[in-house]
Write a protein that binds this ligand. Structure first.
Ligand code: MLT
Ligand code: ZN
Length: 468
């Protein structure tokens, strides 16, 4: 590393927070899937926004590309160095500030974990609208940068919908400050909305102002065994109409349940197996259990229905769904495809995707689960070589042919950029490239993520003839 760059980075990060020893860098170089891994030139861990701005400015001057990283819980290779980039870790930006218990708003540093924020706001009667299984490690900055979804999108929307203000460092080191955030602000382009979901390619998110949701202490969870996904979706329609406060509607299948039972040591939930499992959670100010039980009564087989109200019982049912990611990972390194379908096509998709994979890649094992209420299934593929993209190709082309999206909530990263044009038009991609070029002309922020920048247009060396 150039000595001047080193001294500027050390000044920005402080002693002990510029890591270039391979052992210290290792945990920043591989993501949760273990499929995406690459050596970092170094890892910079600045303590605050000014430190982030100083790191970005120095790296831009010395031409060192940066991969911003939060809790490193991404699943599409978007926060991992690929060609010797440096990692810019935001984990030390972990302050929670300016909590407004009347308005239900809070400002969180990019490195605050979701769980820390939940534990901070819940005693005050508020909660965070997005929740997900990786809450102990996932950070608010990363969740905004990837527009994380999770298990409550059906009620509160994804992370972008929670953001009312943002602070971010632009590629030239300038600080964009849209804090503290106003509920109504129609004064030009919505920059927080643009940065949410930009996967670290446009700016580095340093602080976020979030709207909170009222904590809903009364909760009920039901787990049901059903003969098909179609039956689960039918039952879900009844729950939506009849049970107030539906907050989550999740599905999984026998192959995933078997892995969870084996790797997490859980007993079978029902006396006999079922083709599809639906988990629903309702929440409100008053006990939602009676209305939920009534909504399920007509359709559910009593031997394949469990209702839980107390926290430990609810957690016990949720474990069958939430422990899928780790159980799949314990079985091998999966290809993770996170897709959405139009609601009306979701039922067909499940059987079509299994048939398509059996035909094109008979050696792989699909493990499906996901957020049924959002039309979002996670197609995990075990048994494929990490570099063999043919199963991914088969699944994503099927999704596109059914009018879906190749990413519902995990983002594009590097895992899916090859297929971006399946569900984004040439005009979409051209507009996204134009925004990237405008905000990061030197291409130092997460290069190669979402899409590659085409070579810049050839500029004629002959000036245009006036009046011609
Ligand atoms: C989930 O829904 O549990 C997450 O998206 C993680 C995953 O897909 O493995
Ligand atoms: Zn998910």
């Amino acid at each position: 590393m150039h000595p001047e760059l080193r001294s500027r980075l050390l000044a920005a990060c402080g002693p002990g927070h510029l890591l270039d020893d391979p052992d210290l860098r290792a945990s920043y170089e591989t993501d949760w899937t273990r499929r995406f891994t690459g050596p970092a030139a170094f890892v910079a861990r600045p303590p605050d926004t000014a430190g982030v701005a100083a790191v970005v400015a120095a790296c831009r001057e010395f031409g060192v590309p940066l991969v911003p990283q939060g809790g490193n819980t991404g699943l599409v290779g978007g926060s991992i160095p690929r060609a010797g980039e440096a990692v810019l870790s935001l984990r030390r930006l972990d302050r929670i500030e300016d909590f407004d218990p009347v308005a239900g708003e809070v400002t969180a540093g990019a490195g605050v974990t979701l769980q820390a924020l939940q534990e901070f706001v819940r005693p005050h009667g508020w909660d965070v609208g997005v929740d997900l299984a990786s809450r102990a490690s996932a950070t608010i900055g990363g969740m905004v940068a990837t527009n994380a979804g999770g298990v409550r999108v059906i009620r509160y929307g994804p992370m972008r919908h929670q953001v009312i203000g943002i602070e971010a460092v632009l590629a030239d080191g300038a600080i964009l400050a849209r804090l503290p955030g106003l509920l109504k602000d129609n004064s030009g382009y919505d920059l927080p909305g643009l940065l949410a979901g930009s996967e670290g390619t446009l700016a580095v998110v340093t602080r976020v102002r979030l709207r909170l949701i009222p904590a809903r202490p009364a909760r009920a969870v039901a787990l049901l065994g059903l003969p098909s996904l179609a039956a689960a979706l039918e039952l879900l329609r009844a729950v939506r109409r009849q049970a107030p406060g539906l907050e989550a509607a999740e599905v999984f299948f026998p192959e995933g349940l078997e892995l969870v039972q084996r790797h997490a040591g859980l007993p079978p939930p029902f006396p006999r197996p079922h083709a599809c499992y639906l988990l629903v959670e309702c929440a409100g100010a008053h006990d939602p259990a009676p209305a939920l039980a009534a909504a399920l009564e007509s359709a559910a087989d009593p031997d394949a229905a469990l209702l839980a109200v107390s926290r430990p019982e609810r957690d016990r049912l949720w474990a069958y769904r939430e422990r899928h990611t780790e159980a799949i990972s314990a079985e091998g390194i999966p290809h993770k495809l996170d897709v959405t379908l139009p609601a009306a096509r979701l039922g067909d998709f499940e059987s079509l995707v299994r048939a398509r994979l059996a035909e094109t890649s008979p050696h792989v094992r699909p493990v499906l689960f996901g957020h049924a209420g959002d039309g979002n299934l996670h197609v995990n593929i075990l048994g494929a070589d990490p570099d063999d993209e043919s199963p991914d190709d088969a699944v994503l082309r099927l999704v596109a042919s059914l009018g879906g999206s190749i990413s519902a909530e995990h983002g594009i990263g590097i895992a899916k950029k090859r297929w971006l044009n399946l569900t984004r038009s040439p005009a979409d991609i051209q507009a996204m490239r134009a925004i990237k070029r405008a905000l990061d002309p030197a291409g130092i922020l997460n290069p190669g993520v979402i899409f590659d920048l085409e070579p810049p247009p050839v500029v004629s060396s002959t000036p245009p003839v006036r009046g011609a």
